[in-house]
Design a binder for this molecule. Structure first.
Ligand code: ADP
Ligand code: MG
Length: 690
């Protein structure tokens, strides 16, 4: 059997002390190879490199202390404890144990010399250390202190810090025999080799800049984060190249049907819509697949632009799939596309998880035999049974980013190979994130709202002022305006949310007998929902009590007041989406964000951000700052961008150089691209084919 040579080929079981049981525990943390151990970096460090004289101790400090036990006594204060006084000639300090054994008390007999490590605090008897680590030492030969800072690793149950230190110790030794290859050009690695950075971060020298280390901004950490980000960037670009190489049907622009469509619209396109539509028009006419992301604020009119793209494909005899992340959003698209396209003679099919039996089969048949040119649906479109006769364009309306592999799954669904891809984001994405998470896509931005929108005034109001709000509703309704009252329960079931909305509607009906109150929630039958929405549009309802189902697709220009309950529990993107339902007419609009006091620091900052801005891009940047990229990109769901070391937010300043470095490697050092990606993304499913 040939000797494995690289660190990523050496299994963890190559390390002494790692048997099947430990290997299994490590595998749960996705640590399978020696390289994985090396990439598992400490969370923080302890300084055990020098002994502090007891007389020099300060509260709050973590310190190594050598001392002689004077006495060890069981104390009966508020809580029974073992108190052990030690001294070293400069002073005395108490070690306090709330859990202890008789053997421990005996071991700490007067005269014993011990070394201990722990946090110094002010206690009843002066400085104390609670539950310090300690060991009995030899008076003649006190052991040397640690030569390096002591790493503290992220861990899980059953894996002690000592085990982690043993693992990393051995992995570092092995690294000396199996030096990892350098991939970064000198100018980007700043002269720090990968092995050097790993060695440093597992065992920093005693004089290391600890503040920089704990902020993740030490040059050696940044060196690794940089390489990781380059690997991610490369993998996305590679993915893009592979997709583009496979070709797609060229779908030239057909002026006639386009004109027909625009003529039947009740409005003209904004210049931003026209610009983006032209970019898409050009992409589609090429024999390579379009890979384009359309960003735009809530209400900027992305759907019409998508419809124009769809028409171009359909005019060329191809099918279009439009996929939305939720049933409600998909339904909304279905309504729009049915209204817009059926007058042009286009058949629209519908597919969702809820559609069952014969109805489902009818839709599947229409998709398979090409009698439906436009297909709207949810994730259900990805399912195996769905086969397109001639899929030419896939439009994906994203709430969170779908994985690259999910999008690619659509291409398996057509015998013709690759469709063009148009991705629309439901809310804007901060620039730095877009640059890294969407590096495989070209980007268009609709940076203009349709005319006639008025900015919404937003105020933040405590639940305790509910009566005032009810009075405001009465006032608005008396003036002929319409109002939304949004009930939210995050992390609760749709059923509970519906109940809360029903309850609120009853209360408001009682409080406002002169106001016509309607109710919509996700548990209602589609037909009932539609009827209520229709009545609201027709101004037969003044006050619409709703759950977050109205987040999307409701368009009532006369509605000028929105009240959102428990606003502090919603994400900024979602609040912004909701608020986008008002401010659609000529009158000044208001959005009142209710919260339950007391607000957390973060909650305050988030509601403040909503009050301060109506611009989705600004709000997205703020959301990134406050919540981090995982939440924004929805990586929890998709498993995308599982970074080991880099942090998109902390390291966003690296991204321009990352992009540059990735391009340089692609142009000049093709052969190392694959191994570099492999090194950092080996276990990431979506890159398996790279
Ligand atoms: P979003 O970009 O949030 O998906 P939509 O596509 O749903 O926005 O459009 C929001 C509303 O604006 C819809 O009612 C749509 O018909 C309308 N709209 C789109 N473009 C224009 C325009 N150029 N002029 C006026 N109204 C428009
Ligand atoms: Mg939309």
């Amino acid at each position: 059997m040939p000797e494995p040579l690289t660190l990523d080929q050496l299994p963890v079981t190559a390390l002494t002390g790692v048997g099947p049981a430990l290997a299994k525990k490590l595998a749960k943390l996705a640590i399978c190879t020696v390289q994985d151990v090396l990439f598992h970096l400490p969370l923080r460090y302890q300084d055990r490199t020098k002994v502090t004289p007891i007389g020099a101790l300060q509260a709050g400090q973590d310190a190594v202390i050598d001392g002689e036990v004077r006495l060890a006594d069981i104390m009966f204060g508020k809580r029974r404890s073992l108190a052990c006084r030690i001294q070293d000639g400069t002073g005395t300090v108490t070690l306090r144990f709330f859990h202890f054994s008789a053997a421990q008390k005996n071991q700490l007999s007067p005269g014993t010399l011990i070394r201990c490590y722990g946090e110094v605090r002010r206690g009843t008897s002066g400085f104390e250390l609670y539950h310090p680590e300690y060991s009995v030492v030899n008076a003649q030969q006190p052991p040397p202190t640690e030569a390096t800072l002591t790493p503290v690793y992220p861990s899980s149950e059953g894996l002690s810090q000592l085990s982690w230190r043993k693992l990393s110790e051995q992995a570092l030794l092995l690294m000396q025999q199996h030096q990892p290859q350098e991939y970064l050009p000198q100018q980007h690695s700043r002269g720090v080799a990968l092995a050097q950075a790993l060695q440093y971060l597992h065992r920093p020298p005693s004089n290391a800049d600890q503040a920089a280390l704990s902020a993740g901004l030490h040059p050696h950490q940044q060196r690794l984060a940089f390489e990781e980000l380059v690997a991610h960037h490369l993998s996305l670009i590679k993915q893009r190249q592979q997709t583009r190489q496979q070709g797609a049907p060229a779908l030239p622009y057909v002026a006639e049907i386009n004109q027909q469509f625009l003529q039947q619209l009740p409005f003209g396109l904004t210049s931003a819509q026209q610009r983006v539509a032209a970019e898409i028009r050009l992409d589609l006419s090429q024999p390579q697949p379009m890979l384009r992301l359309v960003q735009g604020d809530v209400g900027s009119g992305k759907t019409v632009v998508a419809a124009l793209a769809a028409l171009q494909a359909i005019a060329n005899g191809y099918q279009v799939a439009l996929m939305a992340p939720t049933e409600i959003l998909a339904e909304q698209h279905l309504n729009n596309f049915t209204d817009w396209l059926t007058p042009l003679g286009v058949n629209v099919a519908w597919l969702s998880g809820k559609l069952k039996g014969k109805q489902r089969q009818t839709q599947l048949n229409a998709i398979a035999d090409n009698s439906a040119a436009m297909v709207v649906g949810t994730h259900a479109l990805f399912q195996e049974q769905v086969v397109f006769a001639r899929l030419g364009l896939a439009i994906i309306d994203e709430q969170h980013r779908f994985g690259v592999h999910q999008r690619l799954a659509l291409k398996e669904k057509t015998p013709l190979g690759q469709p063009h891809q148009l991705i629309m984001t439901a809310t804007p994405i901060p620039r730095t994130l877009a640059m890294s998470a969407y590096a495989d896509l070209d980007t268009s931005i609709i940076d203009e709202l349709p005319p006639g929108r008025t900015p919404v005034n937003t105020a933040v109001i405590s639940n305790s002022r509910r009566d005032e709000l009810v009075a405001r509703v009465a006032h608005a309704c008396a003036q002929g305006r319409q109002v939304y009252w949004v009930c939210t329960l995050i992390d609760e079931s749709e059923a509970l949310e519906a109940q809360a909305a029903e309850h609120t509607a009853e209360l408001l009906k009682t409080a406002l007998p002169q106001v016509r109150v309607g109710l919509v929630h996700g548990r209602m039958k589609a037909a009932d929902k539609a009827a209520t929405m229709q009545a609201y549009k027709a101004q037969q309802i003044d006050l619409l009590v709703a759950t977050t189902v109205i987040e999307v697709g409701v368009d009532v220009p006369n509605a000028s007041l929105m009240i959102i309950e428990n606003a502090e529990r919603l994400g900024l993107a979602q609040l912004h989406q909701l608020r986008g339902r008002v401010g659609r007419g000529g009158t000044a609009s208001h959005c009142l964000l209710m919260y339950q006091a007391p607000l957390s620091q973060q909650g305050k900052a988030r509601l403040q951000a909503m009050r301060d801005s109506n611009d989705g891009f600004v709000i997205a940047e703020k959301d990134l700052q406050l919540r981090g990229p995982g939440e924004l990109l929805g990586t929890r769901q998709t498993g995308l961008l599982q970074l080991r070391i880099a942090d998109l937010q902390r390291d966003s300043h690296l991204l321009p150089a990352v992009k540059h470095c990735a391009e340089q490697l692609l142009a000049q050092q093709q052969p190392i691209v694959a191994p570099l990606i492999q090194r950092w993304l080996a276990d990431s499913e979506q890159y398996a084919q790279v």
